[in-house]
Ligand binder design. Sequence first.
Ligand SMILES: N[C@@H](CCC(=O)N[C@@H](CS)C(=O)NCC(=O)O)C(=O)O
Length: 203
Amino acid sequence: MSMKLFYTPTSPYARKVRVVAIEKGLKDKIELVIAPPAENPPELQKTNPLGAVPALQLENGESLYDSPVICAYLDSLSKDNPLYPSSGIEKFRAMRAEALANGIMESGVAIVYERRRTDTGISQKIVDKHLKAIDRAIPVLEAECPAFGEAVTIAQIAYATALGYISFRLPEISWETKAPKLAKWAETFSERPSMKETVPKDL
Ligand SMILES: N[C@@H](CCC(=O)N[C@@H](CS)C(=O)NCC(=O)O)C(=O)O
């Protein structure tokens, strides 16, 4: 029995996990199962009571969520290509980077959900709040990216998948024009097989 990853092809959190799995050489150990949360798939809800993707079912039937927990677990499975520094302030900087990327994803997803609402009108106040958060986060990534080394890290994977989601769903934000160094780095990073294999697409 292999591990099972419940995911959707558009979830940026799930993409982060899938990129981690590929970069760690664990792809063949994980069965990918599409589980759109809106359809209330019982297997997903059994694996993650919150009903959100990504959720990972381990070989012993135990489950792990949410995405930072899954990424850290997958990283721990092999010593090759370590993605998280093991100690010191570096470890917490990596966790902070992942939190920042997750926040960008949350704001992006919130804007998309808000715009799709049909029950009441769109709350421009909510949309603006999330747009501003993304606007404040992008310069932080722009300032950090020149220090990225050759080795792939969780910060790079998290940033690349967060930015990929914004480009996919909210291209009008046009973060690339506001952060040229980041745009160049992201373009190069997007050539990695792990990124190419996980490009978001609607079902
Ligand atoms: N903090 C979670 C967020 C996961 C999340 O919000 N996933 C979205 C899809 S992009 C989802 O499943 N939403 C549906 C729901 O929560 O019911 C993580 O990092 O994994």
